[in-house]
Write a protein that binds this ligand. Sequence first.
Ligand SMILES: Cc1ncc(C[n+]2csc(CCOP(=O)(O)OP(=O)(O)O)c2C)c(N)n1
Ligand SMILES: [Mg+2]
Length: 372
Amino acid sequence: MTADASRGAEAPPELVQLLTPEGERVAHPDYDIDLTPEEVRGLYRDLVLVRRVDLEAVALQRQGELGLWASLLGQEAAQIGSGRALTGADMAFPTYREHGVAWCRGVDPVNLLGLFRGVNHGGWDPAEHNFHLYTIVIGSQTLHAVGYAMGIQRDGAVGEDGAASIVYFGDGATSQGDVNESFIWASVFNAPVVFFCQNNQWAISEPLEKQSRIPLYRRASGFGFPGIRVDGNDVFACLAVTRKALADARSGQGPVLIEAYTYRMGAHTTSDDPTRYRLADELEAWKLKDPIERVKAYLVRNSLADQEFFEAIDAEADELGKDMRRRCLAMPDPRPLEIFDHVYAEPHRLVEAERAEFAAYLAGFENEGVEG
Ligand SMILES: Cc1ncc(C[n+]2csc(CCOP(=O)(O)OP(=O)(O)O)c2C)c(N)n1
Ligand SMILES: [Mg+2]
């Protein structure tokens, strides 16, 4: 049997879905969820507002106000569903694309822009929001999340009222050593961590089939913990599956790998041009599975929201976009010497020497108004 034939012979992977692309509610024996109309309207609002945050950021980058932006377009349900499953005590470790999770953690969208505008190294206090800083080094945050989860265990903060950590990473990241090491540590120490992989089908220009010959969620079994694949464009299913995984982790049942099967509808970042490596019909097919449209269809189908509601959300999104833009442009440039302030918590000899050297260099511009 050739490798390709064996790949084609794979049984279709199970996908947990509670809301079809047409907005029809479907049942699932293990992952059902009861949501009030108010909660569904709340999820819809989250989805629309984070999409607007993202679109505004892309526009700001295109106008030269940000150096770069990594769009979440198409991944809103995976992020809002999982983000809304978290309790205040849980700790989240993002990549650079988790703007929807940041929203759920109460991070001001303007604070997401600082890093991409080059005016700070992060923009929020991770301890205040239980949301770690964005991580660019692919996969490294999985180790941080497992370490944090082992800390939760050692502090005895487990049980129903306890905490878990959740870590976000992409399909490409699953090929990194760090991610595989983190799976081993989490498994053998039974750490309360949820691995949330957004399989958006691409790692820049590398397609999924260059990362794995088996569905990603099945990797977990080789490490000794459960893996589950969820429709990443279905906010109900993402919420239900993540809620259960977190509850299991908190109650001492160890890690879970969730593969949220989704699609990156935009470019990898604003520096990327996906028309160079993927076909337009792929995007068109995924547009039919849009995570926002199906919630809207569900609300309309069940008479849970009227035109006035949708218009009010759109107006709120417009306001949010305007406010973000205004405050982004008003962000002050940092003092050049600030770059040395957050390297270590304690003063460090080498950093201090470098700071002095750079201060002396800047002093050479004194007459030109450059301040340290
Ligand atoms: C250790 C490391 N290697 C390479 C890169 C360059 N890089 C940035 S994003 C990316 C692809 C990541 O793909 P995936 O994990 O699928 O996440 P996605 O961007 O699709 O959300 C790569 C290779 C990096 N940032 N860090
Ligand atoms: Mg990817």
